[in-house]
Design a protein around this ligand. Structure first.
Ligand code: SF4
Ligand code: SF4
Length: 157
Protein backbone atom coordinates (compact mmCIF):
# COMPACT_ATOMS: atom_id res chain seq x y z
CA UNK A 1 0.00 0.00 0.00
CA UNK A 2 2.81 2.37 0.98
CA UNK A 3 4.57 1.49 -2.25
CA UNK A 4 1.44 2.37 -4.27
CA UNK A 5 1.15 5.74 -2.52
CA UNK A 6 4.79 6.43 -3.24
CA UNK A 7 4.23 5.79 -6.95
CA UNK A 8 1.22 8.12 -7.04
CA UNK A 9 3.36 10.83 -5.46
CA UNK A 10 5.94 10.33 -8.18
CA UNK A 11 3.41 10.95 -10.94
CA UNK A 12 1.62 13.81 -9.20
CA UNK A 13 3.94 16.63 -10.44
CA UNK A 14 3.64 15.43 -14.06
CA UNK A 15 -0.14 15.14 -13.77
CA UNK A 16 -0.39 18.63 -12.27
CA UNK A 17 1.87 20.10 -14.94
CA UNK A 18 -0.19 18.54 -17.73
CA UNK A 19 -3.39 19.76 -16.12
CA UNK A 20 -2.34 23.40 -16.45
CA UNK A 21 -0.36 23.31 -19.74
CA UNK A 22 -1.53 23.53 -23.36
CA UNK A 23 -2.13 20.28 -25.27
CA UNK A 24 0.99 19.02 -27.04
CA UNK A 25 -1.04 18.01 -30.08
CA UNK A 26 -1.56 20.52 -32.90
CA UNK A 27 -4.52 21.07 -35.16
CA UNK A 28 -2.55 20.17 -38.32
CA UNK A 29 -3.42 20.70 -41.18
CA UNK A 30 -5.54 23.65 -39.99
CA UNK A 31 -2.36 25.08 -38.41
CA UNK A 32 0.91 24.85 -40.34
CA UNK A 33 3.32 22.29 -38.92
CA UNK A 34 6.51 23.73 -37.46
CA UNK A 35 9.36 21.32 -38.12
CA UNK A 36 11.99 20.85 -35.41
CA UNK A 37 15.17 22.72 -36.31
CA UNK A 38 17.28 19.57 -36.81
CA UNK A 39 14.64 17.45 -38.56
CA UNK A 40 15.80 15.54 -41.63
CA UNK A 41 13.17 16.65 -44.11
CA UNK A 42 14.66 16.49 -47.57
CA UNK A 43 17.88 17.15 -49.46
CA UNK A 44 18.22 20.49 -51.19
CA UNK A 45 20.94 21.72 -53.57
CA UNK A 46 22.52 25.02 -54.56
CA UNK A 47 22.78 23.72 -58.11
CA UNK A 48 24.89 26.59 -59.44
CA UNK A 49 27.69 25.62 -57.00
CA UNK A 50 27.70 21.94 -58.03
CA UNK A 51 30.80 20.86 -59.97
CA UNK A 52 29.30 17.55 -61.12
CA UNK A 53 32.01 15.49 -59.37
CA UNK A 54 29.57 12.66 -58.58
CA UNK A 55 30.76 12.11 -54.98
CA UNK A 56 27.14 12.31 -53.79
CA UNK A 57 26.06 9.74 -56.38
CA UNK A 58 28.77 7.28 -55.36
CA UNK A 59 28.04 7.48 -51.63
CA UNK A 60 24.23 7.36 -51.79
CA UNK A 61 23.17 4.00 -50.24
CA UNK A 62 19.86 3.54 -52.14
CA UNK A 63 21.18 5.04 -55.42
CA UNK A 64 18.71 7.89 -55.37
CA UNK A 65 20.98 10.37 -57.18
CA UNK A 66 22.36 10.94 -60.64
CA UNK A 67 24.39 13.77 -62.08
CA UNK A 68 25.19 14.94 -65.61
CA UNK A 69 28.21 17.20 -65.58
CA UNK A 70 27.97 18.34 -69.19
CA UNK A 71 24.26 19.12 -69.01
CA UNK A 72 24.68 20.75 -65.58
CA UNK A 73 21.92 18.69 -64.00
CA UNK A 74 21.50 16.91 -60.67
CA UNK A 75 18.61 14.50 -60.18
CA UNK A 76 17.14 13.00 -57.02
CA UNK A 77 14.46 10.36 -56.66
CA UNK A 78 12.92 11.53 -53.41
CA UNK A 79 10.98 8.27 -53.06
CA UNK A 80 14.28 6.37 -52.84
CA UNK A 81 16.10 8.87 -50.61
CA UNK A 82 16.31 7.78 -46.96
CA UNK A 83 17.52 11.19 -45.77
CA UNK A 84 20.71 9.67 -44.32
CA UNK A 85 22.69 12.82 -45.12
CA UNK A 86 25.78 11.02 -46.53
CA UNK A 87 25.67 13.08 -49.72
CA UNK A 88 25.63 16.27 -47.66
CA UNK A 89 28.76 15.30 -45.72
CA UNK A 90 30.63 14.10 -48.83
CA UNK A 91 29.92 17.03 -51.16
CA UNK A 92 33.24 18.90 -51.64
CA UNK A 93 31.46 22.13 -52.58
CA UNK A 94 29.07 22.03 -49.59
CA UNK A 95 26.19 22.73 -51.94
CA UNK A 96 23.91 20.02 -50.53
CA UNK A 97 21.80 20.57 -47.42
CA UNK A 98 19.23 18.67 -45.40
CA UNK A 99 16.35 21.06 -44.84
CA UNK A 100 13.07 20.72 -42.92
CA UNK A 101 9.92 19.72 -44.78
CA UNK A 102 9.01 16.26 -46.05
CA UNK A 103 8.21 15.33 -49.62
CA UNK A 104 4.59 15.22 -50.63
CA UNK A 105 3.05 11.78 -51.01
CA UNK A 106 2.43 10.61 -54.55
CA UNK A 107 1.06 7.71 -56.51
CA UNK A 108 4.05 7.44 -58.83
CA UNK A 109 7.79 7.44 -58.27
CA UNK A 110 9.11 10.57 -59.91
CA UNK A 111 12.57 12.06 -59.86
CA UNK A 112 13.27 15.78 -59.58
CA UNK A 113 15.95 17.32 -61.80
CA UNK A 114 17.72 20.58 -60.98
CA UNK A 115 19.49 22.42 -63.81
CA UNK A 116 22.13 25.13 -63.54
CA UNK A 117 21.18 28.64 -64.58
CA UNK A 118 21.96 29.55 -68.23
CA UNK A 119 24.53 32.15 -67.07
CA UNK A 120 26.50 29.56 -65.08
CA UNK A 121 26.27 27.01 -67.91
CA UNK A 122 27.57 29.61 -70.39
CA UNK A 123 30.43 30.60 -68.07
CA UNK A 124 31.41 26.95 -67.58
CA UNK A 125 31.30 26.26 -71.33
CA UNK A 126 33.56 29.28 -71.91
CA UNK A 127 35.98 28.08 -69.25
CA UNK A 128 36.08 24.59 -70.81
CA UNK A 129 36.78 26.16 -74.23
CA UNK A 130 39.63 28.26 -72.82
CA UNK A 131 41.15 25.25 -71.07
CA UNK A 132 40.92 23.16 -74.25
CA UNK A 133 42.58 26.00 -76.20
CA UNK A 134 45.40 26.28 -73.65
CA UNK A 135 45.92 22.51 -73.68
CA UNK A 136 46.09 22.50 -77.50
CA UNK A 137 48.63 25.38 -77.43
CA UNK A 138 50.76 23.62 -74.84
CA UNK A 139 50.67 20.40 -76.89
CA UNK A 140 51.68 22.26 -80.07
CA UNK A 141 54.54 24.02 -78.24
CA UNK A 142 55.78 20.70 -76.85
CA UNK A 143 55.67 19.07 -80.29
CA UNK A 144 57.53 22.01 -81.85
CA UNK A 145 60.23 21.82 -79.16
CA UNK A 146 60.62 18.07 -79.69
CA UNK A 147 60.86 18.58 -83.46
CA UNK A 148 63.52 21.28 -83.02
CA UNK A 149 65.48 19.02 -80.67
CA UNK A 150 65.31 16.13 -83.15
CA UNK A 151 66.44 18.41 -86.00
CA UNK A 152 69.37 19.65 -83.90
CA UNK A 153 70.39 16.08 -83.11
CA UNK A 154 70.27 15.18 -86.83
CA UNK A 155 72.42 18.20 -87.71
CA UNK A 156 75.05 17.26 -85.15
CA UNK A 157 75.17 13.63 -86.38
S1 SF4 B 1 20.36 11.81 -48.05
FE1 SF4 B 1 21.22 9.73 -48.24
S2 SF4 B 1 19.72 8.60 -49.42
FE2 SF4 B 1 19.20 10.76 -49.67
S3 SF4 B 1 20.24 11.36 -51.55
FE3 SF4 B 1 21.65 11.82 -49.86
S4 SF4 B 1 22.94 9.98 -49.66
FE4 SF4 B 1 21.15 9.42 -50.89
S1 SF4 C 1 29.02 15.97 -54.48
FE1 SF4 C 1 28.29 18.09 -54.56
S2 SF4 C 1 29.52 19.03 -56.17
FE2 SF4 C 1 29.71 16.82 -56.43
S3 SF4 C 1 28.09 16.25 -57.89
FE3 SF4 C 1 27.23 16.00 -55.83
S4 SF4 C 1 26.24 17.96 -55.41
FE4 SF4 C 1 27.61 18.32 -57.10
Amino acid sequence: MADKRFRIMNYAPVALKNLFSKPVTTTYPAEPFVYPERSRGHVDIDIDDCIGCGMCVRCCPPGALSVNKNAGTWTIDRFDCIACGFCVTKCPKKCLHIVPGYQEPGGEKTAVTYTKSPEVLAAEAKKREEMAKKAAEAKAAKEAAEKAKAAEATEKA
